[in-house]
Design a protein around this ligand. Structure first.
Ligand SMILES: Nc1ncnc2c1ncn2[C@@H]1O[C@H](COP(=O)(O)OP(=O)(O)OP(=O)(O)O)[C@@H](O)[C@H]1O
Length: 265
């Protein structure tokens, strides 16, 4: 598994992000992250490093600690121990610089049901300091990428789950970040919508570093070249999809080995 010493040994790049010996920058880093609610550890000593160009699946059963870890990575939650870095910026001490690199699709929202997608994107664009011609260009781009033109003026509350998810993706992509953290981007979608979202993520993965959470093992093979697996708040696997199934090719059995639970295929 990737360890803290890997990060410590990495070289500093021009914009401050660590680079390893092969020149790939670490874009998403969890350094010994734990989050306690009272005595309960939602995540415990989670450390991993996702390099530029990797599309990583963050796998684990319900309640494993995926959303909590993602909130710690994005700076939405303060860790009890450790710290997170995005593009080399510590998300506790240097969050604004890190946030410029980061697009985040939270598990639920933030989507205001009375606003149209157009108003929401304008609102988020302004909040991120984008306006005028640049905002028009970015909105045009994300509306195209996320296929939102037909619903762009409708209230978000009246949209289907699939379209609401696309609005969330458009919000995450608006400032053209080079890192995406996507919390269950295909949850609750029908098979056609899942296919579309997977296609979109594969295309985005050609240019961006992505961490996406899921408890569906098939998502790994469909989209990812890296897997981080978490169970009961602890990391239990970090490697490639091929390494995940090397000893046990049956995904269902592999999921069971790592968690003691059955997989959802
Ligand atoms: N604010 C909170 N207070 C107390 N416990 C919490 C809080 N938030 C999360 N937890 C607990 O932490 C654990 C991890 O939750 P988390 O939402 O991170 O899991 P997850 O892997 O994202 O699950 P799912 O796949 O169901 O979304 C769960 O047991 C959850 O009940």
């Amino acid at each position: 598994m990737t360890t803290l010493s890997d990060s410590a040994n990495s070289q500093a790049s021009q914009d401050g992000s660590p680079a390893d010996q092969s020149g790939s920058q670490a874009m998403i880093e969890a350094h010994d992250l734990s989050k306690f609610y009272g005595n309960f550890a939602a995540t415990r000593n989670v450390s991993f490093s996702i390099k530029q160009g990797e599309v990583a699946a963050f796998l684990g059963p319900n309640g494993a600690g995926k959303s909590t870890t993602m909130k710690l990575l994005t700076g939405y939650l303060a860790p009890s121990t450790g710290y997170a870095s995005i593009a080399g910026h510590n998300m506790a001490s240097d969050r604004i610089a890190g946030a410029k690199h980061l697009g985040y699709l939270p598990e639920n929202g933030p989507l205001y049901p009375d606003m149209s997608a157009h108003s929401l994107l304008t609102f988020f664009g302004n909040a991120r300091g984008i306006s005028g011609r640049r905002l028009e260009e970015r909105m045009e781009s994300v509306i195209g990428t996320c296929n939102l033109a037909s619903v762009i003026r409708k209230p978000i509350g009246k949209l289907s789950k699939g379209f609401r998810q696309r609005v969330g993706m458009a919000q995450a992509l608006l400032h053209d970040p080079d890192v995406l953290i996507l919390d269950e981007p295909t949850a609750g979608l029908d098979p056609n919508q899942i296919r579309e979202v997977r296609k979109m993520i594969r295309e985005l993965g050609e240019k961006k570093t992505i961490l996406l959470s899921t408890h569906i093992l098939q998502e790994v093979q469909a989209m990812c070249n890296r897997v981080v697996f978490i169970n009961e708040g602890r990391m239990v696997f970090d490697g490639t999809p091929a390494e995940l199934t090397r000893q046990q090719p049956d995904l269902d059995h592999r999921f069971h080995e790592l968690t003691g639970a059955e997989a959802i295929l």
